[in-house]
Design a protein around this ligand. Structure first.
Ligand code: NIG
Ligand code: FE
Length: 412
């Protein structure tokens, strides 16, 4: 089946397929074609160019995109969309002035979500999670990473990962799974963190590997959660089972997590709200993608990742939602892109690069999605008629998307 998009006002993010990610000054460039066509065949981008070169052969579907922009769907490289219930009551505690740590200390936080998840059946968890997946796809997400980490027992972590596996089987966008057993220390191991790490390494990891439930391994490397030494131990174990590190670091404190990530060749280091000069320096000229999560900074009222400074120093950057019940209960990449422009001083070009091509790289999908390149999946956003792509982050909170295409087909 073929679909031809004609008269596209501007076709964004057109690249050779071998561009893996962009860094520093390159991030300011968003290659595009004005008055363009795009031909999709069997879900794959087949050809594109200026309208003067538009193929004339008959195709099954023609979309007239006059006045509209076509671009790659968002690539959300960091989410926790498999969870049970929500934490609206903590939201009120937060409004009344309690900090993230104070809420966790009084029985809220990750352990609260873990309790709910342990009590939820796999069938119910799947239903709750699929609703969120469909919600974010309708908002333009065309590739996503999903983490475990609200189970914290062998059984419940496996339950989460099996739900992710079912989502992979039932939805046509690329989904990557990350094992985040080291998200918090469960109450049963309150005074025996090493015992919990043993369980994670000796019982969870072998089963996950056997059932092929995850591609990545994550750790919440943070004061009061897992130390750098804990993190290194867990990453080393994960690597023995073929899992690639992708870690939570520097959300509240800078304790050496970025350095541990680089040392273990993490695909990405995520959060980075607290960055020292050394943290930025160590990321230079590595293959590790820094990932900022502005929805979390917004929701928790914590600092934003110093992304302007990082890009000015020549670093790459990806943007993701961190969609989860505690620190970012939103999976809206349009909001993330707008907030990166408004609060982190990224230009629209930088933010779009960070939320498409670099996001794809941050989940190992740079060969499949994230740019308009021949051979990549046709996961696309067609905007409403708008003046320029800059209008999307500028007019924040509005819906500027007319239609989403997944593998070339209209998302219903
Ligand atoms: O990425 N910081 C660690 N994990 C999540 C939040 C978890 C929660 O509060 O439920 C995050 O922000
Ligand atoms: Fe997270």
């Amino acid at each position: 089946m073929r679909t031809l998009f004609k008269n596209i006002k501007e076709l964004l993010q057109v690249r050779d397929r071998d561009v893996r990610f962009v860094s520093g000054k390159e991030m300011a460039e968003l290659p595009s074609i004005k008055n363009a066509f795009l031909l999709v065949e069997d879900g794959i981008i087949k050809q594109f160019g200026v309208m003067a070169d538009c193929p004339e052969a008959a195709v099954e579907n023609v979309v007239d995109a006059t006045g509209k922009i076509v671009m790659p769907a968002w690539c959300d490289s960091h989410t926790h969309i498999v969870y049970a219930g929500n934490r609206e009551s903590e939201f009120v505690d937060k409004i009344k002035g309690l900090s993230y740590q104070e809420i966790a200390n009084k029985g809220g936080g990750i352990l609260n979500s873990a309790k709910k998840l342990q009590e939820t059946t796999e069938v119910d968890l799947y239903q709750q999670s699929k609703t969120r997946l469909e919600e974010v796809m309708a908002l333009g997400t065309g590739a996503i990473e999903i983490k475990s980490g609200y189970g914290l027992t062998v059984e419940a972590e496996l339950k989460m990962l099996r739900v992710i596996k079912r989502l992979k089987a039932n939805y046509s966008i690329p989904i990557k799974a990350t094992f985040l057993g080291a998200h918090a220390v469960p109450n049963e191991f309150k005074n025996n963190k090493a015992g919990y790490i043993d369980l994670l390494i000796d019982a969870m990891l072998p089963q996950i590997a056997q059932e092929q439930l995850a591609e990545y391994i994550d750790v919440f490397c943070e004061t009061g959660y897992f130390s750098v030494a804990d993190t290194e131990r867990i990453l080393e174990a994960g690597k023995r089972y073929g899992l690639i590190p992708k870690i939570h670091v520097n959300q509240f404190t800078s304790i050496g997590g970025v350095q541990a990530g680089v040392k273990h060749r993490a695909l990405s280091v995520d959060h980075l709200e607290e960055m020292t000069e050394q943290d930025m320096e160590v990321l230079k000229a590595t293959q590790t993608m820094p990932v900022a999560l502005p929805g979390c900074s917004y929701f928790l009222s914590i600092p934003y990742t110093p992304a302007r400074n990082m890009i000015d120093k020549g670093l790459p950057l990806a943007l993701a939602t961190d969609y989860n019940p505690g620190s970012s209960p939103s999976g809206n990449m349009n909001f993330v892109v707008a907030t990166a422009c408004i609060k982190m001083k990224l230009t629209p070009e930088e933010a779009i690069n960070a939320a498409t091509l670099n996001g794809a790289y941050a989940m190992g999908l740079e060969n499949e999605v994230g740019s308009i390149s021949v051979g990549k999946q046709a996961n696309l956003i067609l905007t409403k008629p708008i003046n320029s792509y800059g209008f999307m982050p500028y007019a924040f909170g509005g819906n500027h998307i007319e239609q989403i295409y997944i593998k070339g087909e209209v998302l219903k």
